[in-house]
Write a protein that binds this ligand. Structure first.
Ligand code: NAD
Ligand code: DAU
Length: 363
């Protein structure tokens, strides 16, 4: 018999670790975390639960079918929650290989092993098993200013190697349901922010640079729009879909928080002026610098989250105002975490990524 165990992939990353921490607080079942520990994976995120007998870590690559197969046979989960991916658009532009290997090949390997495992279950176990694939709103492409938000019916039009690799994985998941009846669920979520986000992404990068008196590199004209959701709300939505979602369905998840990048950076600067008035450069907004745009930069994302709200009664709890305050406090209080993740390889990435993006400072 399965012991109510779930297998989480990519649980040492930003959203995966928030998900496991929330799961261990609110749910009873054991969690197995399968993670390769790339630059984005950090077991420190999970220190709070590492001694909990319900938590098991397996170091491994989702693209390695032997490891995935053993993991399924050893732990006999009732569900797989699949977060593992290469997730940063800029990295996918500089080097797409790992994105294809993990996001496409890794998801394929996981689906094949899940299918073999699921096929051998009893009828009752097969019925309740779920493969939940965590995906992104970027698969839908870019919106114009007056376009309606992305719904589950919006056609796919991915624009970056990252979003194309995620779109490919979504299609594979869809096909495994259609062809083999594997009980899949897919979620497409908008931009997350919150604790443990690796500082290559907009919000933590801006918080850390502003505190250190470094320039705040805004791509292009800064008018690109993203739809922000607090990571805890995303994790709650994933738990809701896992518990109540209909097999074979997709659910869009978003926080109803469309903001331009300049608005985001200015908000961070204003809050830091209030919380950290002794920082090297005050006001922090003097550090805003417009730099060369991201190639193929999507102009606007917006999620229509009506389906999950109507069918599963999930609603985001945080407003952007409450979520961003919590997030900034977390980064202020977790200096050690930040120092650790911004040493070594992170510095080399920042140098490579921003070297060719000389900018114009706003002040
Ligand atoms: P992340 O980059 O912070 O973490 C990814 C995790 O996956 C890391 O722990 C890494 O070690 C692990 N991993 C990478 N390749 C692996 C492999 N081959 N085998 C096993 N583990 C591997 O990513 P994130 O921001 O937490 O995103 C998690 C998932 O959510 C991704 O699938 C992403 O596409 C999706 N998503 C992210 C956002 C966002 O705003 N961050 C929004 C919507 C959807
Ligand atoms: O929409 C969901 C997606 O959101 C996820 O699928 C991705 O995994 C996640 O990385 C995120 O992608 P984005 O490209 O939107 O996130 P990022 O934080 O890299 O950038 C947010 C916006 O800020 C984007 O318009 C680019 C801009 N930006 C980013 C960086 C790193 C800047 O202007 N300057 C920067 O230095």
């Amino acid at each position: 018999m399965m012991k109510n165990t779930i297998l989480v992939t990519g649980g040492a990353g930003f959203i995966g670790s928030n998900f496991i921490l929330q799961w261990m607080e609110r749910e009873a079942g054991p969690v197995v975390n399968l993670d390769k520990l790339t630059y984005a994976g950090n077991l420190r995120n999970l220190e709070r639960v590492s001694a909990d007998p319900r938590y098991t870590f397996v170091h491994g690559d989702i693209a390695n079918r032997k490891i995935v197969g053993e993991c399924l046979r050893d732990h006999r989960p009732r569900a797989i929650v699949h977060f593992a991916a290469e997730s940063h658009v800029d990295r996918s532009i500089l080097g797409p290989d790992d994105f294809i290997r993990t996001n496409v090949g890794g998801t394929f390997a996981l689906l094949e092993e899940a299918r073999a495992y699921w096929t051998a279950l009893t009828a009752g176990e097969r019925e309740s098993f779920r493969f939940l694939h965590v995906s992104t709103d970027e698969v839908y492409g870019s919106l114009g200013p007056g376009d309606p938000a992305f719904s589950e019916k919006t056609a796919y039009a991915p624009n970056s190697p990252y979003s194309a690799s995620k779109a490919a994985s979504d299609h594979l998941v869809r096909a495994y349901h259609h062809t083999y009846q594997l009980p899949t669920l897919t979620t497409n979520c908008s931009n997350n922010y919150g604790p443990y986000q690796f500082p290559e992404k907009l919000i933590p990068l801006m918080i850390l640079n502003a505190r250190a008196g470094k320039t705040l590199p805004v791509y292009g004209d800064g008018q690109n729009v993203r739809d922000w959701i607090y990571v805890g709300d995303h994790c709650e939505a994933v738990r809701t879909v896992l518990a109540q979602g209909r097999a074979g369905e997709t659910y869009n998840i978003g926080g109803w928080n469309e903001k331009t990048n300049v608005e985001i950076v200015e908000t961070i600067c204003e809050l830091l002026d209030e919380f950290c008035p002794k920082d090297p450069v005050i006001p922090h907004r003097n550090l805003i610098t417009f730099v060369k745009d991201r190639p193929g930069h999507d102009r606007r994302y917006a999620i229509d989250a009506h389906k999950i709200e109507r069918e599963l009664k999930w609603h985001p709890r945080e407003t952007f105002e409450s979520g961003i305050r919590k997030t900034i406090f977390w980064y202020l209080e977790n200096d050690e975490w930040t120092k650790e993740v911004t040493s070594g390889a992170y510095r080399q990435w920042v140098e490579k990524q921003y070297a060719s993006r000389s900018g114009v400072t706003r002040a």
